[in-house]
Design a protein around this ligand. Structure first.
Ligand code: MSP
Length: 513
């Protein structure tokens, strides 16, 4: 039976250059996509750009560009970023595509058909930067300007005719849904804030705008464009060709397994999205994970604050795998994390260059010299060897469970410990002193090579390029990486030639003044 896994990133506003926050959501989603793929799942991995709404219209106006041309340019930058980040996405959606427009209008009609939409008037605060409506108690005054308390972005007063979604009607069904699906909102710490917000009472939601035109038209009323969040959230379905009931993508991959998002957009994904779906009689996704923010000097990185660490600069200087490893290891998943160049360089030097890269080089060099450049043949495992090898087998299912709970922190700790133990094993066993006991020497080399293979498999979701390079030692190709084979202690074929590989990570010279 094929196992399916559908994972998504948020779709990004192409209002400016991609930054580290965007890179983070994408890298984390790619981590899960790659893990599931090597664990035998058929994976659909979606990312894309969110191109409608006043925020984009104004950004294009500021550049003096036609709005669609503006979107074409910046959306391409995000597509390029996906390549630079080495994402394994299977689709990239733009909300200006026809396939998306069709799905959004269909969903709208479904909501209207079920009497969940009505025409009225919206008077209240709106933040263009967040594309969100705020209640009076959610805003404050700062230097004479009204801003949203949560995001600190400017709000403006809106007073116009609008269609409304009967969100209030879905308050109880939503609470029931959360209760029946306790892991729908993750991590646990974020769940309570959503539930108490819903419990405090939901007001109907304005889902159309009349005062600008950059969006998808409300079916049957061309004066209104659909609220950009209702438009944007539907991307997760339109990429599966919703509402085509015979479509394989839709049948195999919906409900989505995991929406990876930042905590700032949790309300949209954990309240509005399931409410729209319940109203349209569509199953909500299985899980929404709201990760923390990447901070730069304790503040959320953002264009308006001008404190952006450019992922492209970092990749140019240190390589993509260094950035991927660093973000996955140093930002405790679910929490906010501060990043710095200094810590990034420490990570490269100690974990990647020393503990992983150097171990690969050492064991290969030793085998070339002492084992005829082949995977050793005559071996007899001792308890020391089995102890370190069996650790992988014994943790196979735990790792799977942890991944299903998005416990990236466990996963990376497991790798860091395994690397530490592997280096210690090779040093303590001193194969260079075993030249008069070839079986022992061969067994130590075989064991170390097996560990390098297993760790390279585990590292694949984090640093795919370097893992594939390391696996060249054994002539193992990317498509042959199979997570379940880390339980096999004698996977490597004896007598097969092993290959020398290039240095995986160069050490960074640190300036200690
Ligand atoms: N377009 C909406 C999402 C629609 S999804 C149906 C949007 N776009 S965004 O470009 O502003 O942000 C996309 C994601 O990047 C969000 O998940 C947000 O949390 C994340 N990040 C933006 N800045 C961030 C940090 N400084 N740190 C970590 N992630 C943050 O919201």
């Amino acid at each position: 039976m094929t196992k399916y896994f559908y994972i998504t990133t948020p779709i990004y506003y192409p209002s400016g250059k991609p930054h580290m926050g965007h890179a983070y959501s994408s890298i984390v989603a790619d981590f899960f996509a790659r893990f599931k793929r090597i664990d035998g799942f058929q994976v659909h991995f979606l990312t894309g750009t969110d191109e409608h709404g006043l925020k984009i219209q104004r950004a294009a106006e500021k550049e003096g560009m036609d709005t669609l041309k503006f979107c074409d340019t910046i959306s391409q930058t995000f597509k390029n970023l996906s390549k630079t980040l080495n994402l394994s996405n299977t689709d990239f959606i733009r909300t200006t595509e026809k396939r998306h427009l069709k799905s959004v209008q269909y969903l709208w009609n479904e909501l209207a058909k079920n009497d969940d939409i009505y025409l009225s008037k919206y008077s209240g605060w709106y933040s263009v930067s967040d594309e969100a409506f705020y209640n009076e108690d959610e805003i404050e005054e700062n230097n004479g300007k009204k801003i949203a308390i949560s995001s600190k972005s400017l709000v403006e007063w809106v007073d116009e005719e609008s269609f409304f979604f009967r969100l209030s009607k879905w308050e109880k069904p939503l609470l029931n849904f959360y209760e029946k699906n306790p892991q729908f909102i993750s991590p646990e710490s974020r769940k309570n804030e959503v539930i108490s917000f819903v419990k405090s009472g939901l007001k109907d939601l304005s889902v159309s705008r009349k005062s600008f035109s950059w969006g998808i038209k409300v079916p049957g009323n061309k004066d209104h464009v659909i609220y950009v969040w209702l438009d944007a959230l539907t991307n997760y379905l339109s990429a599966l060709n919703y509402p085509d009931k015979n479509d394989k993508l839709l049948n195999n991959f919906w409900p989505a397994s995991l929406h990876i998002i930042g905590k700032d957009i949790l309300r949209f994904h954990a309240i509005y999205w399931p409410a729209f779906l319940l109203a349209a009689k569509i199953k909500p996704p299985l899980r929404v994970y709201g990760h923390g923010w990447i901070l730069s000097g304790d503040e959320k990185m953002s264009k308006s604050k001008g404190n952006i660490l450019d992922p492209i600069d970092i990749i140019e200087n240190y390589g993509i795998d260094a950035l991927r490893y660093y973000l996955i290891k140093e930002v405790s998943f679910g929490n906010d994390g501060n990043i710095s160049q200094e810590r990034l360089e420490d990570c490269i030097n100690s974990d990647l260059a020393n503990n992983f890269g150097n171990l690969c080089q050492r064991v290969v060099a030793f085998s070339l010299k002492n084992c005829d450049g082949k995977i050793p043949n005559k071996i007899e495992f001792h308890s020391d060897d089995l102890k370190i090898l069996d650790k992988f087998k014994n943790n196979l299912n735990t790792i799977r469970e942890k991944i299903d709970n998005q416990d990236i922190n466990f996963y990376i700790d497991f790798i860091v410990n395994s690397l530490f133990e592997a280096n210690k094993y090779f040093n303590d066993q001193e194969p260079w002193k075993k030249k008069d006991d070839l079986i022992r020497l061969n067994t130590i080399v075989y064991t170390t090579l097996e560990i390098v293979r297993k760790i390279s498999y585990l590292l694949y979701p984090i640093i795919p390029e370097s893992s594939v390079k390391a696996l060249k030692i054994f002539n193992i190709n990317e498509k042959d990486i199979d997570f379940s084979s880390i339980e096999n202690n004698e996977f490597l074929i004896k007598d097969k030639k092993i290959n020398k590989i290039d240095i995986l990570f160069k050490k960074i010279e640190k300036n200690n003044d």
